[in-house]
Design a protein around this ligand. Sequence first.
Ligand code: 2BA
Length: 107
Amino acid sequence: MKLIFAIVNNDDSNNVATNLTAGGYSVTKLATTGGFLKAGNTTFIVGTDDDKVANVISIVEKHSKKRTQVVPASVSSSPGLFPTVPVEVSIGGATIFVLDVEQFYKC
Ligand code: 2BA
């Protein structure tokens, strides 16, 4: 069994949740915050069989769009260097971690 963490943009989270649930997966949705942009994003936790991991990833990938966001340069570089110059960062689609599950209980 595997545990999948998928971090997606808030704008995509309803679509991802709907499609994972429709695919028959149990999903837990957490409201999270990115350390770099300090903006809200959504982290999904999905526990599933090893042979279903690829399908979960493809559902998340299909419903998570890549986008760009303009942020102040002071967020992305050393403080004090042209702090008012905005820079564009590319975000997403999704950041996904897959972990081995040692034990799983429903009590
Ligand atoms: P944030 O940390 O808010 O990062 C948002 C986007 O800013 C990132 O998009 C990336 O394009 C850019 N970025 C992040 N750190 C940067 C840096 N030091 N310099 C320049 N640009 C930087 P994504 O890579 O798509 O990540 C989206 C969100 O996924 C992240 O939000 C964070 O919440 C999570 N994430 C990404 N990689 C992670 C990792 N290795 N471990 C834990 N969480 C991660």
